[in-house]
Design a protein around this ligand. Sequence first.
Ligand code: PTJ
Length: 267
Amino acid sequence: MGNNENNHVKVPKDHPRLTSLMYRHKIIEGMKNLVVAEAGLIAHGRGECFDYILGEITNKIAIQAINAAVAQLLLAQHPVISVNGNVAALCPEDLVLLSKTLNAPLEINLFYRKKGRIDAIKKLLKKAGAQKILGVDENTMVEIEELSSNRRMVDPSGIKISDVVFVPLEDGDRTEALKKLGKTVIAVDLNPLSRTAIWADITIVDNIIRTLPLMVKIALQYKKYTKEQLKNIVNEFDNKKNIQDILEFIIEYINLQKEKAFDILYK
Ligand code: PTJ
């Protein structure tokens, strides 16, 4: 977002929650332009809530998951980056950069298939520099039978033939379905207890706005690594431990915040 004025509300530059407010406005603008589903606003709010109890930082645990995710995507034969409305609205340029760096196509895959949304997201991604975008031709799409939601419609040259699927901000049961099809799933979800977070092979518990630029940076570094080195990074990663560590982190963080709040309340 180039300025800090939106919806006729001027957000002061020294506002303590400036970044958060700017991304809120991106989501609101996205909803007006059909990029974001109405429910996307609620999803964003849920994400903000979890980010709050993670201290709004990318912690060491998330960085380890990001490293494993990048290594896994570089090892893949057919990696795909699944794009929904929220992710497109929040960080279109980073999506395009990651896609180019990893040589992994972007595929639009929506839960809410309101008319005009695919075109709106395609336009936004093109503006951000995307050349090829999958999931845009309704006539050639194929079904994933394991799934009943709109997300079952996939591109025959993308998710359908993929071996590794990157699914930022996911709902419901797609991860489970993709896993049943033998695919490796990498999720970004601020909620470590969501079905997606629990089912994914690699769960990055972090805000997508911080995750994507980091992934690009690490991908540029890991592209110089041998397959053996990349495999070692993936093998050292354990998603069960990852989720457990994140939950411990949240508990510790909340306890710390409780002490700080009590210091003020009872001083
Ligand atoms: O564009 P569509 O039609 O495909 O729909 C996209 C949404 C996000 C509306 C849809 O997938 C949905 O309803 O998702 P849920 O069930 O609300 O789940 C979204 C998950 O993403 C929740 O667990 C949130 O905590 C998490 N989340 C929200 N914002 C962020 C996030 N995770 C990482 N970074 C965020 N910025």
